[in-house]
Design a protein around this ligand. Structure first.
Ligand code: MN
Length: 325
C-alpha cells in the first residue's frame, strides 16, 4: 500500500531515551486516512503517531475494513516506490493482486503473509481483485536497520499453519509464538501473529522480555494485561514482560494482531513511502522516482499510470525521538 495523503508530513522517528520500562499498557487510537481515488477507501492508522512512532521496528500500521467494495471501490494503488523498509500485507477478507518491479505477480489472501523488502528501491501496485466483495485487513511496514537498509529488494510469501491456544488460535507470520516459528526473513527480531480468541477466553502468551509489543484489535472486546482496547485501537506494552494476557469479554470471537520487537534505537525520517535517515536521502529517492530512475524498476501489467510523488514539505525536519517505553 502507498501512503496516499496529498500532503504527507515528514515524520521523524526513533532513538528513544534509555529509561525504565513502564508496567502499564498505553492505548494508541487510530486516525482515519483516505487512501485516495474517486471513492476513497479509508484506513485507520495507528502508527506512526505523535505519541509513539515505532513498536520494535514496526513503523507503520494501517487497518481497514470490513469494507464493501461495491461502495468503496476497493483498493487500487498504482505503482509507487519504497526504500528502507519491508511491507507486510495480511488480510482477513478479500484478495489483493500484487505486482512489483522484481517481476513478482502474487495474490494476497487471508491467512497468507506477503512480505516485500524495499531495501535500496522497489516499486509495486496493489489492486483488490474483481471478485472481492469485502476487503478487510492490515498493511504494516517494518523499518530496516542501517546496516541492511540498502539490501536488495525481495518478495516472500508464507502460509502459517494455525497453532492452537487454550481458548484460541494463533497464526505466526513473523518470528516465534506459541511454539511456532515463521521462516520469513527479517533484519531485526520481530513478532507478527494473528490471534483469535473464543468468546470469554483468557489466554496468557509467553513473550520475549526483550521485546516491546503492540496488540492491534480488529474485532471484539479485548483486554491486554487488564486494559481494555477498542476495535481499531493499538495497545502498547513495554518490554520486561515475560507474558502477555489477552482476554475476550465479548460474546463473539475476537481477533487481534500481536506485533513485537526489541526497541528500535535508530533515528528515522519517514516521508511518503520512504524510510530514510536524512531529509536529503528521502528527497533523492523522490527525485529518482520522478525521473523514472532504474533504481525503482518497472511494474509490468498494471493498467494505468504510476503514482506521482507528492511535493516535499518546505521545511526540513530532523528526526524526532520516540518516547521511552
Ligand atoms: Mn506500497
Amino acid at each position: 500500500m502507498s501512503n496516499t495523503e496529498a500532503h504527507p508530513a515528514e515524520v521523524g522517528c526513533g532513538a528513544r531515551e534509555n529509561g525504565t520500562p513502564a508496567a502499564g499498557v498505553e492505548i494508541l487510537t487510530a486516525r482515519e486516512v483516505p487512501l485516495g481515488g474517486p471513492r476513497a477507501m479509508t484506513v485507520r492508522r495507528t502508527l506512526p503517531q505523535r505519541a509513539r512512532t515505532l513498536i520494535g521496528a514496526w513503523c507503520f500500521a494501517d487497518h481497514y475494513g470490513p469494507d464493501a467494495v461495491s461502495e468503496s471501490g476497493g483498493m487500487n494503488v498504482p505503482p509507487h516506490p519504497h526504500i528502507g523498509l519491508q511491507t507486510v500485507s495480511w488480510l482477513f477478507s478479500g484478495v489483493i493482486e500484487h505486482r512489483d518491479s522484481l517481476g513478482s505477480h502474487a495474490y494476497v489472501r487471508p491467512g497468507e503473509v506477503n512480505l516485500m523488502t524495499g531495501g535500496r528501491g522497489i516499486s509495486h501496485s496493489e489492486v483488490s481483485t474483481p471478485d472481492t466483495t469485502v476487503l478487510h485487513g492490515v498493511q504494516l511496514w517494518v523499518a530496516l536497520p542501517a546496516e541492511h537498509r540498502d539490501t536488495a529488494p525481495d518478495f516472500q510469501h508464507h502460509v502459517p499453519a494455525p497453532v492452537a491456544l487454550d481458548g484460541g488460535e494463533a497464526r505466526v507470520f513473523l518470528g516465534s509464538l506459541a511454539g511456532d516459528t515463521s521462516p520469513v526473513d527479517t533484519f531485526t527480531p520481530l513478532l507478527g501473529a494473528e490471534v483469535t480468541l473464543a468468546p470469554g477466553a483468557a489466554v496468557t502468551l509467553d513473550v520475549d522480555p526483550g521485546f516491546e509489543h503492540g496488540v492491534l484489535v480488529d474485532t471484539g472486546d479485548v483486554r491486554v494485561d487488564g486494559t481494555a482496547v477498542r476495535p481499531a485501537g493499538l495497545a502498547y506494552a513495554a518490554p520486561e514482560r515475560h507474558t502477555l494476557a489477552l482476554t475476550n469479554e465479548s460474546s463473539g470471537t475476537a481477533r487481534a494482531l500481536l506485533l513485537g520487537g526489541p526497541p528500535f534505537d535508530e533515528e528515522l525520517v519517514m516521508w511518503w513511502n520512504f524510510v530514510g535517515r536524512t531529509h536529503d536521502e528521502v528527497a533523492a529517492a523522490r527525485t529518482d522516482w520522478e525521473n523514472e530512475s532504474e533504481r525503482f524498476g518497472r511494474v509490468e501489467g498494471y493498467p494505468g499510470d504510476r503514482l506521482p510523488a507528492p511535493a516535499l514539505p518546505n521545511a526540513t525536519l530532523s528526526p524526532r525521538r520516540n518516547p521511552a517505553p
